[in-house]
Design a protein around this ligand. Sequence first.
Ligand SMILES: NC(=O)C1=CN([C@@H]2O[C@H](COP(=O)(O)OP(=O)(O)OC[C@H]3O[C@@H](n4cnc5c(N)ncnc54)[C@H](O)[C@@H]3O)[C@@H](O)[C@H]2O)[C@@H](O)CC1
Ligand SMILES: [K+]
Length: 493
Amino acid sequence: MDTPQPLYSAESVRELDRRVIAALDIPSIALMKRAGRRAFAQLMLRWPDLRRLQVYCGGGNNGGDGYVVAALAAQKQIPVAAYACVPPEKLSGDARTAYEYAVREGVHVVQSLTELDAEDGDTVIVDALLGTGFSGELREPVGHAVERINRSVAPVLAVDVPSGLNADTGHGDRAVQADVTVTFIGRKLGLFCGRGPALCGEVIFEDLGAPAEVYRSLDPLAWRYTGESVPRLAPRRADAYKNQFGHVLVVGGDTGFGGAALMAAESTARAGAGLVSLATRPEHLAAALTRCPEVMAHPVISGQELEPLLEIPDVIAVGPGLGRAPWGEQLLARAGRAEVPLVVDADALNILAGGRVLAGVRRDDWVLTPHVGEAARLLGWDTAEVLADPLAAVREVQAKFSGVVVLKGAGTLIAHDGGVDLINGGNPGMASGGMGDLLTGIIAALIGQRMPLVDAVRLAVWLHGAAGDHAAAEGQRGLLATDLLPFVRRLVD
Ligand SMILES: NC(=O)C1=CN([C@@H]2O[C@H](COP(=O)(O)OP(=O)(O)OC[C@H]3O[C@@H](n4cnc5c(N)ncnc54)[C@H](O)[C@@H]3O)[C@@H](O)[C@H]2O)[C@@H](O)CC1
Ligand SMILES: [K+]
């Protein structure tokens, strides 16, 4: 099993840059040349037949990397134009040295976007406008350059970070849409959360020969788990019996939302729970038993009726289709006091945010799984504030409620007492109703199978995204939550 990947802040990567320069005892321009060479090598690997190159260079060291790429292309007789977003006479330090190198190699440098030839099918664009030094809102003329890149038909390789994407937060309303991003020295968190996954395309990491010791004693912002590093369930013994794999109770499904609770229950069963019970509105029983007779479905018309059912399970998942009416509030109030681990999702989170039920409760043994809107409600923030800094948001929810908090997205963040983890996966086809209910069911099933809470969440989040990716082989549009179930079963072992 691989170890998870550390994800750093822009500031930490700047510190790493300094440490690498000191440890290798090389001038900083030598490191910039390494970066340019690695980016150029990826360019040639990806587009070996490229006929024309346009390199957009900013005024800092990211632009310097771009000038190095341009110089290397010119050396290979590839026609290359560099757009100097900042007039060359204003460049200093390594960026200036790199610019002079490009000019010496015969790169055609233009200072206005109108002087760039129109891109055609043979052009590849290199985006070296802004890297880790970017902050705030895009200023002109960089904004116009970003727009021109995004209007172009040419494929785009971004150097270090797609320009306009905040490397710390993944915020980027106005940023380059890249096909490939070659990132140096340390993986930046913003490439993997928020808008990062959508803007970066494939991310290629180049450590530029950084020795292992430079990474010591530098805390990453988060750890990224992939299919190679998520914890897995132990194989079942030949003499296994169902009580070893947990009894999960799913609570939810108010009138009109019966399917959500049923999907959570079914995914719990498909993720390997030994036994699954469902507490829901009486009118949903017949449908539940028809769809999934393995689930023990119980009618509840009040919180009181839920009480005896709370004695049985090893873990409770509450929220799918729960609604926000008094029925749901009563059920959450009761379930929230149960002495087994809880997975709290959907309307249970909205009720929690309302503050009338379980006010002030903090539990180490619960998992909260908000999406951006639910996280905003839990914190009393605007949705835009959560989107602007999802790491801060997930940490804040965890600080407020304790336990494990899963902020769902293209890069899902998992906050717990030991720090923050990130898992990428899934696809836009999964933006459809019921997907969250499945995740809730899978988390509960894995807790029931005796995984520690955090490990259960890590595996569940990966499994959910991977199942979604397998299911999307048939098409993203029209992908239904229940389409994932066969793949949940296939991938869980
Ligand atoms: N320091 C090093 O040793 C290395 C740095 N490298 C490269 O250097 C980059 C970092 O370089 P810098 O720290 O110079 O920063 P950048 O080049 O990323 O950004 C600085 C430039 O961006 C402009 N800028 C900042 N905010 C802006 C905004 N809101 N709107 C418009 N323009 C804005 C600044 O005026 C400045 O010209 C990395 O991303 C990487 O590409 C690599 O060459 C590897 C080695
Ligand atoms: K860039």
